[in-house]
Each structure stands twice: as structure tokens, then as C-alpha cells.
Design a protein. Sequence first.
Length: 269
Amino acid sequence: MSETPFYEKVVVITGASSGIGKALALQLAEQKAWLVLAARREEALQEVADVCEQKGGMATVVPTDVGVEEQCRHLINEAVNAYGRIDVLVNNAGITTFAVFENVENLSMMEKIMRVNYFGSVYCTYYALPHLKKAGGLIVGISSLSGKTGVPTRAFYAASKHAMAGFFDSLRIELKDTGVDVTMIYPGFVKSDIRKQALGSDGAVIGKSHISEQGIMSAEECAEIIIDAMAKRKRQVVMTTRGKIAQWIKLIAPGMVDNIARKAIERGR
């Protein structure tokens, strides 16, 4: 197994208890990676860790709310204490919304989303960076196509993902010639629990997916694409044909991309 890209590489994954984060952990475990799994739900994390170890990887569980700076610092310290270094940091934790802006009843929801999606990535990266520089490591930001273009009912979510993109693109330039690379990932709709945990206009969790799960990318397929990008240390990956085409159309006919985004939400896929 020594020929696999992540054999005995120390990989920290936030949001690892379900969805894309869980799928990443399980597939990296098959490559015998040494994993540090972070999320708020300790029991769910431990279940993922147990399967990772059955697959041949090593897994350390660190319950973490990435929206709290001190918990991010603790996560990175625990990773280094467990394995002595950090090779890859995957900033995957996130929450989303399903609310038209003018119907929002509590603007504190915006702060919550920014704290988890944006500041959580900043906090983890800040504390991990000295260790990543020692290892010549990799920073991965799991964004969204909403980080490339606005999407109705996702104004807060899109704002947080645009912020991630700006931060990590700037950081990539700062880190040139340090040995640390930055890979940005822009998935489309993925089968995941994130939509069941979406916040509605009142700031409460909706509890169900508001789009059709049929025919959209699985978390496992998404994880395969991400791991390939990580292994090749790609600058960015824009997933789905629609997402790739939209980037070109936006340059010449941005209004058309607005219509594509609106129709995608109306159709629920």
C-alpha cells in the first residue's frame, strides 16, 4: 500500500461525521491514511472512526464546533499530539440555508453560517499552517458552486462560500514557494445530510431535504473526485457539467447564469 498517495499521511477532516466528510474519511482509510476526524457529534464520529480502522486506516476523534476558535486550536493541537504532524487539512464542515432573504426573521442566522462555513475554515487553517509548512502539506477548501455564483434561497450560504474562495485564493498566493498548496473544490448538489440541517427563514433547522435527491451526485462519487484532486494538488475542481459550462457563460452572458441558478432551485435539482 505504500504506493497510494495518502499512505500514512496525516489528514484532518472537519465535518467528518456524515456526507462528503464521512465519504472522504472512509476512502482515505482504504489508503491507510492517518485520520483526525472532527465534527460536533462525538458518537457519529466514533462510528466513522471504527469503520475507518476496519478498512486499515488510523483514526482519532476530536469533537469540534469549528465556529468556536478555541475548539479549532484544540483540534489542531490534538492532531499534532496524536501523529506528530499534519499533511493535509480538509475544511469541509458547513451548514446551509433555505430562505428568501426578505423573509428571514432573524439576521443572526447569517452570523452563524459565516462562523461555521468561513471563520471555521480560517480558524483551522490558521492553527494548522505552521505544521503544514513543515510537512509541505496541502490545504483543501470544500466550497460549492454557490461559491462561484449566487443562488436564490442561499444568499447567506453563497456569501460564506464566496468568502472562502476569496480567502483561500489569497492564501494560495501568499504561500507560493513555501511548499504548501491550496486546492479549492466546488461541488454541485450532492446527496448529503446538509440540506436536512438547513436553516429556514426563522433560523430553525428544517429537518428535511428541499430538493430531489434522485439523480444527483453521491457523497462517495464526490469524495473520489476530491481525493484525486488532492493527490494531484490541483488548484481547483468545478464539479458537474452544468457548473463548468456556467463559468464560461458567466463571462459573456451573466444573466443567463442567473436564470440557470433560479431554475435549478425551482426544479429542486
